[in-house]
Design a protein around this ligand. Structure first.
Ligand code: 13P
Length: 250
């Protein structure tokens, strides 16, 4: 089944108002590839509203990096999916390994956050990935299977969910799995989702690879079987790095 590639940039805790000038070229590229590719940028929460304003009229999606499971309430410092939707976000990353580690987020928490994203009308970009120790122990597929079943709700569809495979040890390290390892995990994820959601639904869900994606490796990685796009950290901060990665998804 043909899946429309999805290339998302995760700016993490980087970027100031001045950084939004990068979005001009990124929005231009998103428009130029709109026939074939979805493009998103997830800036820090402070920049979501100004980013939406900056790219007004463009097809470039602006998203959050996290949301709370509840719609509102006494949760100081948290942001609801509804608030993100209200300021023009169209997607949100949930379960990034940095949230799982820094904020002790469990699969159950991520599951609730994905449902919150849908409740607000946002696409949930649900992240999974093994640590280096888990890979060294030969437990990668076990870990990914457990994270998928715990984090991806049963109501996931191609329209409301994107899944990102981000090996923790490949994030920000310049190291990536071999092509064979990426294909193995993505194929496994497709099968695991099909077993639960049915082949038709699972066949439509975009599976992104994330972890040290750069212009120099994107061409190869984005052509691998069952890789439907990329979730890009460092190389999404500058349009000069991100644009060739978007092109590689074609
Ligand atoms: O965590 C990532 C995206 O969510 C990947 O980050 P890097 O591309 O900087 O390795």
């Amino acid at each position: 089944m043909a899946r429309r590639p999805f290339v998302a940039g995760n700016w993490k805790m980087n970027g100031l108002i001045a950084s939004l000038t990068e979005l001009e070229a990124i929005a231009g590229k998103a428009g130029a590839v709109a026939d074939a590719i979805d493009v998103a940028i997830c800036p820090p929460a402070t920049l979501v509203a100004p980013a939406v304003a900056q790219v007004a009229g463009s097809v470039l999606k602006i998203g959050g990096q996290d949301c709370h499971a509840k719609a509102s309430g006494a949760h100081t410092g948290d942001i609801s999916a509804e608030s993100l939707k209200d300021i023009g976000a169209t997607c949100v990353i949930v379960g990034h390994s940095e949230r799982r580690t820094d904020h002790a987020e469990s699969d159950a928490t991520v599951h609730a956050k994905a449902q919150a994203a849908w409740r607000a009308g946002l696409i949930a970009i649900i992240c999974v990935g093994e640590t280096e120790a888990e890979r060294d122990d030969g437990r990668t597929l076990d870990v990914i299977g457990r994270q998928l079943s715990g984090s991806v709700p049963d109501a996931a569809t191609a329209a409301n969910t994107v899944v990102a495979y981000e090996p923790v040890w490949a994030i920000g390290t310049g190291r990536t799995p071999t092509n064979e390892e990426i294909v193995e995990v993505h194929g496994f994820m497709r099968k695991a989702l099909a077993a639960r959601l049915g082949a038709a639904v699972a066949g439509g869900i975009r599976l992104l690879y994330g972890g040290s994606v750069k212009p120099s490796n994107a061409d190869v990685i984005l052509k691998l079987a069952d890789v439907d796009g990329a979730l890009v950290g460092g190389a999404s901060l500058k349009a000069g790095d991100f644009l060739p990665i978007i092109d590689a998804a074609r």
